[in-house]
Ligand binder design. Structure first.
Ligand code: PXP
Length: 244
């Protein structure tokens, strides 16, 4: 069954909007797990615009499922990861000026550096995933790196402006999931998934996990975190494979 990783960054975004001590992402993590989350994800950004080291450290203590740290492959982040030891790390590209992660990591062009980063993280007992676009060449490079898995960027599928474009992006993702599974990589997906578009992706056979943040945190404002997670989880577990 496809797992649900709940990204709680935007609970911290709300906290940072006023520099208060609430809402606390720690509370969100507890409620997300009670709602059925299979994992908790946070992105510790270089500019600390939402999640802080304090959050990460407490989450490592209290998360009962699995803590996934999204991070850029910088010296600072690798040191923090080796100190905190989340269950897994997802390496993502990061630009200061972006609103959210805009694309997958260019593994082809950063191969040598990524090789060093992956071996450091793995020697610290941390599983490594890489966030990539639905592109077979990039996935092949992830395989050559020997990572535990990949997360396929679903942003273009989610943001498609027409049915044709959405179908095209969906097919690309589906083909890449198969390509990745053939290489025995754990294969996740995420970005831009919401209550309307998640089932088509969740129906792709063999997917390991979907990482979803913004839509769940948004709905939680109205129905509460536990219920927002429960509803998403229900959509995921009842999803059926679609032809296109
Ligand atoms: N996966 C990765 C690698 C991401 O960077 C993000 C956004 O932080 C997500 C999943 C979740 O995306 P969204 O907030 O659009 O659900």
């Amino acid at each position: 069954m496809v797992k649900l990783g709940v990204n709680i960054d935007h609970v911290a975004t709300l906290r940072e909007a006023r520099k208060t001590s609430y809402p606390d992402p720690i509370h969100a993590a507890v409620l997300a797990e009670l709602g059925g989350a299979d994992g908790i994800t946070v992105h510790l950004r270089e500019d600390r615009r939402h999640i802080k080291e304090r959050d990460l450290k407490i989450l490592k203590e209290i998360v009962k499922t699995r803590l996934n740290l999204e991070m850029a492959g910088t010296k600072e982040m690798v040191e923090i990861a080796l100190q905190v030891k989340p269950h897994m790390v997802t390496l993502v590209p990061e630009k200061r000026e972006e609103l959210t992660t805009e694309g997958g990591l260019d593994v082809k062009n950063h191969f040598v550096n990524l090789k060093k980063i992956c071996s450091k993280l793995k020697s610290g007992g941390i599983k490594v995933f890489i966030f990539v676009d639905p592109d077979e060449e990039q996935i092949e490079k992830c395989y050559e790196l020997g990572v535990n898995g990949i997360e396929i960027h679903t942003g273009k599928y989610a943001d498609a402006l027409s049915e044709e474009e959405r179908d095209r992006e969906f097919l690309k993702i589906k083909k890449c999931v198969l390509f990745s599974l053939d290489r025995k990589l754990k294969t996740s997906a995420g970005h831009g998934l919401n209550y309307e578009n998640v089932q088509k992706i969740a129906g792709i056979p063999g997917l390991y996990e979907l990482n979803i943040g913004h839509s769940i945190v948004s709905r939680s404002i109205f129905v509460g975190m536990k219920e927002a997670v429960r509803e998403m989880k229900n959509l995921i577990i009842t999803a059926k494979e679609t032809g296109l």
